[in-house]
Design a protein around this ligand. Structure first.
Ligand code: BGC
Length: 728
């Protein structure tokens, strides 16, 4: 491991950095005085700008796609590839903005590596806001040291479909969990003076025909679910920018949706940052009046609408100059508020060792132990013969294709698989679970079997003390998976191995839930998602008990597709350019809420996750005051230290069944340790949104609150009476 490394800077960036030194006495450029408020500084800057300079701020500079399909800005050729670039106003000391993707670490290019973080679902499974902050800060620090001002992170679309190809990047199905974690990630990134987005606003819950998809939903239900998660993330993280989505929401494209952008985001939530389009999501002229502030990725749009056509519209009076000022002011305000003007990116050494430690810790906390029959795990260090089967576990762990950062020490292994679009190759991070297993059991014979022939794998399993099958499924941006089965005959492989040796452990590397027809035959199952650059070690640490698992599911695992809200993938097989629609008629009852509503028992519930310790809960009490608060004692009843995630759910509201997560905490406890936990409940989680009155309402009556281990495993409940209330 290289501990610290400087990355070269391209000349343009250094010049940009030098040009923006603050003007401490507020002399000729008082907007550079950091003691003034961001609003004041933005207004002062705006007053100096010509119309052309303002217009230049509102659309990305054209970038040429290279043959990988990833845009590269010619002026930074040889440097890490930005996703977007905006020129700034050098004469005023306003730097150019360079943007980069960051959901799984700083989006990389060969020769410009970054920490390959675990995927979003790993972070979500940790249920740990501190880790979210640290991930954001670490990725932000790397972005800053590589010359970027904007991180296109904060991916947080709620999981409405367990086949959405992009769920791996997001934070699960619950608004509270996703909102808190995304908010913390943003706060972390912006603590490094790098602006963060949250994305994709909103209801980008399926990738199939995403440019042509009309996502339909009841507006009040949207406020209580996907919009609530964004609202919470925005309140907590104050992101400098919001990225609107590719899809339509109730007939209008997200980036041209006045209700979403002007009414909900800017009027009701008083959002002060700017709205940038997703790349290729500005489909027509006129979005500026619908609330879009900046056109990104112009090379993917039919025209640079926010360039010459917008200028002309202002000059002819069709678009008021005040609207242009509002757009530019929002961008400038975020630049001043987050500190990209006062603390521009500078070549800096990055503590990659600390970030590697973080990637390992996050994977260790985010891997979920789903089943552990007869304490099959942890494995004894004395185990003699271990069969490692499938998933290229001899090589590394699967990752999420083209958006994976290039790991620091060993390059990604890109296996061409010949599919379309992002499915043309599979990326493996060379963190070999097999090598880590061998290291954890140095005296054992560890043999690998690729799993192409179930018969060969079964023969090796039969001759081993334990068989560990690695099952993978590649999921990517731009495509949904057709169903939640394991592909490529892996179900038959697991079945054959488990038949040969019942001491079979399955490790899943997927971006979504998995159907497990073989579940009854295997002794243990781990979900490792896409665990990032330290995935192999984290998996082995859990298998051998060096780490006590503490991940919990942020997504419900249905038994199979037939149990899901839409048993068939919507719009499967449609012409890729066909306009399609999808009615999210479950409304706010996303994920576990829907399973509870229809009384269906999933395979593994939201919030489920086993530990090698056991935890007891007692003295649950619920208090209604200005806010509802709950308290309880939690005790580690085992002889080893571990961490638990007690969860508090609303069970019924004013006499009606209504299940939703209203509080959670990740708690680390030593063996035998007991702790008192107190949580305060956000009152929106107890309310319904009245779209006509444009406010939240709490109905008076009795509310049942439960303390639980998962959405399906409620340990104890209490009732509390709430008064009627309404609020904005
Ligand atoms: C994705 C965004 C990403 C952008 C820039 C788009 O296709 O949807 O999430 O930030 O590309 O790379």
């Amino acid at each position: 491991m290289h501990i610290k490394r400087n990355f070269g800077f391209v000349a343009g960036l250094i010049i940009a950095g030098a040009a923006v030194a603050a003007d401490p006495d507020g002399g000729s450029r008082p907007w550079l005085n950091p003691t003034r408020s961001p609003d004041e500084r933005a207004n002062m800057t705006l007053a100096q700008m010509t119309l052309q300079e303002k217009i230049d701020f509102l659309h990305s500079s054209p970038v040429q796609p290279d043959n990988s399909g990833v845009p590269a800005a010619s002026s930074v050729a040889g440097a890490i590839r930005p996703a977007g670039r905006f020129p700034g106003v050098a004469r005023l000391g306003i730097p150019a903005l360079l943007e980069v993707d960051g959901s799984l670490g700083v989006g990389g290019a060969p020769g410009n590596p970054a920490t390959a973080m675990p995927s979003g679902l790993v972070l979500a499974s940790t249920f740990n806001p501190q880790l979210a902050f640290r991930k954001g800060a670490n990725v932000g620090a790397e972005a800053h040291a590589k010359g970027f001002d904007v991180l296109l992170g904060g991916g947080m679309n709620l999981t409405r479909d367990p086949r959405n190809g992009r769920n791996f990047e997001y934070l699960g199905e619950d608004p509270l969990l996703a909102g808190i974690l995304a908010g913390e990630e943003v706060r972390g990134t912006q603590s490094q003076h790098v602006i963060s987005t949250v994305k994709h606003f909103v209801l980008n819950a399926n990738e199939t025909n995403r440019f042509y998809l009309d996502a339909k939903i009841d507006k009040g239900a949207l406020r209580e679910s996907d919009l609530l998660s964004f609202q919470m993330a925005i309140e907590r993280g104050q992101p400098g920018a919001i990225m609107c989505a590719y899809n339509k929401v109730n007939a209008d494209y997200s980036c041209g949706n006045s209700w979403l952008l002007n009414e909900v985001l800017k009027r009701d939530w008083q959002y002060r940052g700017w709205v940038m389009s997703d790349w290729g999501a500005t489909y027509a002229q006129g979005y500026e009046m619908k609330g879009l502030d900046q056109q990104s990725g112009v090379n993917r749009d039919p025209e640079v609408w926010f360039g010459a056509p917008l200028k002309q519209a202002v000059e002819s009076g069709t678009v008021p100059a005040s609207r242009i000022d509002d757009m530019v002011r929002r961008i400038l305000r975020s630049m001043f508020a987050v500190g990209v003007v006062d603390h521009p990116p500078v070549p800096a050494s990055v503590d990659y060792q600390a970030h590697a430690d973080h990637a390992l810790e996050e994977a260790r906390e985010g891997i979920v132990l789903l089943k552990n029959q007869g304490s099959a795990l942890p494995l004894a260090p004395t185990v003699k013969r271990i069969a490692v089967i499938g998933g290229l576990a001899s090589l590394g762990v699967l990752s999420a294709g083209h958006i994976t950062a290039m790991p620091i020490d060993d390059p990604l292994v890109v296996v061409p698989v010949g599919g379309q679009g992002n499915l043309r190759s599979a990326s493996y991070i060379p963190s070999s679970p097999m090598a880590a297993i061998q290291k954890a059991a140095p005296n054992a014979t560890v043999l690998y079997e690729p799993g192409s022939f179930p018969e060969n794998a079964a023969a090796l399993a039969a001759a081993s003390d334990v068989a560990i099958v690695f099952a993978t499924r590649q999921e990517v941006q731009g495509a949904d998976i057709p169903n939640i089965k394991l592909p490529q005959g892996q179900d038959a492989l697991i079945d054959a191995v488990a038949t040969a040796n019942p001491n079979t452990i399955v490790v899943l590397e997927t971006g979504n839930p998995v159907a497990m027809p073989w579940l009854g035959k295997v002794s243990a199952v781990l979900s490792a998602w896409y665990p990032g650059q330290a995935g192999g070690q984290a998996i082995a640490d859990i298998l051998f008990g060096a780490v006590n698992p503490s991940g919990h599911l942020p997504i419900t695992f249905p038994v199979d597709d037939s149990q899901t809200m839409r048993p068939k993938l919507p719009n499967f097989g449609a012409d890729p350019k066909a306009y399609v629609s999808l009615d999210y008629s479950e409304g706010a009852d996303v994920g576990y809420r829907w399973y509870r509503r229809v009384g269906m028992k999933p395979l593994f519930a939201f919030g489920h996750g086993l530990s090698y310790s056991s935890f007891g809960y007692s003295n649950f009490s619920v208090m209604s005051g200005k806010d509802l608060s709950v308290s309880f004692d939690i005790k580690n009843e085992s002889s080893r230290s571990g961490a638990d995630v007690p969860q508090v759910y609303l069970i019924s509201a004013a006499g009606e069944p209504r299940v939703r997560l209203i509080g959670f905490q990740k708690i680390k406890l030593d063996a035998g340790e007991q702790r008192l936990v107190t949580l305060t409940v956000d009152r929106r989680l107890l309310a319904r949104f009245d779209e006509h009155a444009d406010r939240w309402r709490i109905a008076p009556g009795v509310y049942r609150i439960g303390l639980a281990r998962s959405a399906e495993d409620v340990v104890t409940t209490q009732e509390v009476r709430l008064q009627a209330a309404e609020f904005k």
